[in-house]
Design a protein. Structure first.
Length: 128
């Protein structure tokens, strides 16, 4: 088990993402900001190239194309599958800055069976 929002958790998540199908053109540099956590705010990023997660780390991504900001509680609910990310976005619970079209281009991936299996595998190794 890896503690959620740690470098170990990100490393394990990246390992679990190995083998995701290629989806040409579905690429984005995503910055995540999780606010109001027990240890303060957490910043991490994902780099997605052709539908595959190729890098994720704690910290800032200087050339992020999209920044997603949400509270710790909402981020945890999304991670656990208790809150739909699209619904949270529509309700204003996830703030998006930057190239929204890039984010929208990734939505088909997030509803794919492969991504759902990835999320389930990440949840199994996550300690909240």
């Amino acid at each position: 088990m890896a503690k959620w929002l740690t470098e170990e958790w990100l490393d394990e998540s990246l390992r679990l993402a190995d083998g995701q199908p290629e989806r040409p053109g579905s690429s984005a540099r995503l910055q995540y900001v999780v606010t109001d956590g027990p240890d303060g705010d957490v910043r991490y990023y994902w780099i997605v190239v052709d539908g595959r997660l190729t890098e994720n780390r704690l910290g800032e991504l200087a050339d992020a194309e999209v920044t997603l900001t949400q509270t710790y509680d909402d981020a945890m609910a999304v991670q656990r599958g208790e809150l739909d990310a699209t619904a949270a976005f529509m309700q204003g619970r996830i703030k998006v800055d930057g190239d929204v079209a890039k984010l929208m281009a990734l939505l088909p991936i997030t509803s794919s069976p492969e991504f759902q299996r990835f999320n389930e595998a990440v949840l199994e190794i996550t300690e909240f």
